[in-house]
Design a protein around this ligand. Sequence first.
Ligand code: SAH
Length: 417
Amino acid sequence: MGLLRDPALADDGALKIEFAAGRMPVLADLTRRWAESRPLRGQRIAACLHVTTETANLCRALIAGGAEVALCASNPLSTKDDVAASIQRDIGAEVFAVHGCDRETFYRQVAGTLDSLPTLVIDDGADLTATIHNERPELLGEITGGTEVTSTGVLRLRNMAADGALRYPLLPANDAVTKHLFDNRYGTGQNTIDGILRATNVLIAGSTVVVAGYGWCGKGVAMRARGMGAEVVVTEVDAVRALEAKLDGLRVLPMREAAGLADIVVTTTGNRDVITTEHMKLMRDGAIIGNSGHFDLEIAVAELTALATGRRQIRPHCVEYTLPGGNRIILLAEGRLLGQAAAEAHPAEVMDMTFATQALIVRHLAEHAGELAPGVHPVPHEIETEVAQAKLAAYGIEIDELTERQREYLGGWQTGT
Ligand code: SAH
């Protein structure tokens, strides 16, 4: 059953999961209520997520709601083996996750998870949905719907839908404001800096940090780097986002000009080939490069390896490459997701909102998937409102309410200037 590094690690994992649980009040409240109402009874959920303490608490909510859960890792580097062991032993999901496993084992874990014959799918990067459609179409008969947590996964699913290939309804959690405004911005913003610091311990103040991409993740990284005293340069391909960066007070340059100024470059684009060896050749000696986007394709790692005359692991998560001219480039976390590999992924407080949104989407699918056509659907607004209100309540924050007169005013059109 499942695939773990070592089931005996479960005690350590349990303590860490408990620590995170105390910081996830919205999910904890859902878990309590769902243990009574059991809205997911009869559902079999296959989930592909970072195997973290926060994911553990999502699994607990889903299982409290009556679902059976099979979980595999969305990234071999973010798996915490002790947490994986406790999710299986204490929370009761079947877990397929081994930290640092190779590609073949990774896909064996995906396959093992799909062997649970899911009725609902939770994805982080569309790996399950892609595997189901490409390799396991026989599962489509049972699957009623799915959800996707990350921007790149949503892009893929929209491409699938546009091609007419997507065979079930999907409600992407990433599309909810209670996800991307917070998780992408404050989660990625913080854990990218955290990953850079744990890996290198460099001083951010006074450095030049180049952020590639000014979506929600890039905005978060830029905001935090600036807050710590860096000069921040943004590179973009989208005119509106570039303007936003400019009016946020940041310098905007093409990468070929930014590269030479950088002490640190972080990619957050979701695209490929954002830092090429041509850019690396322009960088200063000792420049640090890392990726906080979806895949390890944002930085041309294979080309860097081919070009370099020397390569050595200089600290954990830091590989130093020497270029033919003698300059050195420090690559963080093999070009993989930096905040997940070198730090600890997003903190519990923000995953509380992501996973409460996710859990409510799963409940919505359990109740309404049959009414939805295959394709990508918007997240119902009530879900976002419920999560935001619950999070505010957990912070002990009250807000004003519209008066009847205000409601009428907002709903009318007769009152002019
Ligand atoms: N397959 C990609 C996944 C993208 S990661 C990879 O290479 O790792 C981005 C997603 O990770 C975000 O949508 C975020 O919600 C999720 N995430 C971040 N921190 C997490 C945590 N502590 N636990 C579970 N998921 C997390």
